[in-house]
Design a protein. Structure first.
Length: 177
């Protein structure tokens, strides 16, 4: 895989917490004092191929048209650049508690942006899935289920998710040209 030509990083939907100190912080709220005020539901005001990494911590579940956001992230990422996404798992109470959440996502939600998915035609943005992890709250039962879910995620989501809810999902994707 080709390394991105740039080392610039973007924390999209940065919020009030600085999670990636070297990243350009972008958010729609002036109150969180971002470096750039923007609305992630519109085209991003950055040049094509301008970032080596984009971070979306707890953002994607708030976006109405997720395919449009992923297309914009793909556009601003340099080839070989990565996007790191965290979002509540659909089985987590937090996924449904926040009235601003528009999506309740699962382990395979971002497969639609790979060349291998049958419904890949919904977006031209292409990513390779580098990593995806189901995170749990903790404790002995969660530790056992976490290991099972890592090995058999389909079985976990279809049979166990409502019995032992996951906490959140973490995805890392690499932009493919």
């Amino acid at each position: 895989m080709t390394e991105p030509a740039t080392t610039r990083r973007l924390d999209l939907g940065a919020g009030a917490v600085t999670r990636v100190p070297e990243a350009l912080r972008a958010d729609r709220s002036f109150a969180v004092r971002p470096d750039v005020v923007l609305d992630a539901t519109t085209p991003l005001p950055f040049r094509t191929n301008s970032f080596s990494a984009v971070y979306c911590f707890d953002l994607v579940e708030h976006i109405e048209v997720l395919t449009s956001l992923m297309t914009e992230i793909h556009r601003v990422l340099a080839p070989g650049g990565t996007v790191l996404i965290t979002t509540p798992h659909f089985s987590c109470a937090n996924s449904y508690t926040d009235p601003t959440h528009r999506h309740h996502l699962g382990y395979r939600s971002f497969d639609y942006f790979t060349d291998d998915h049958a419904l890949r035609y919904y977006s031209e943005a292409r990513f390779e899935i580098s990593r995806r992890i189901l995170h749990f709250h903790g404790g002995l039962v969660d530790a056992i289920v976490r290991r099972m879910a890592a090995r058999w995620p389909h079985f976990y989501e279809h049979r166990l998710a409502w019995l032992v809810p996951a906490f959140y999902l973490e995805f890392e994707h690499t932009a493919v040209t």
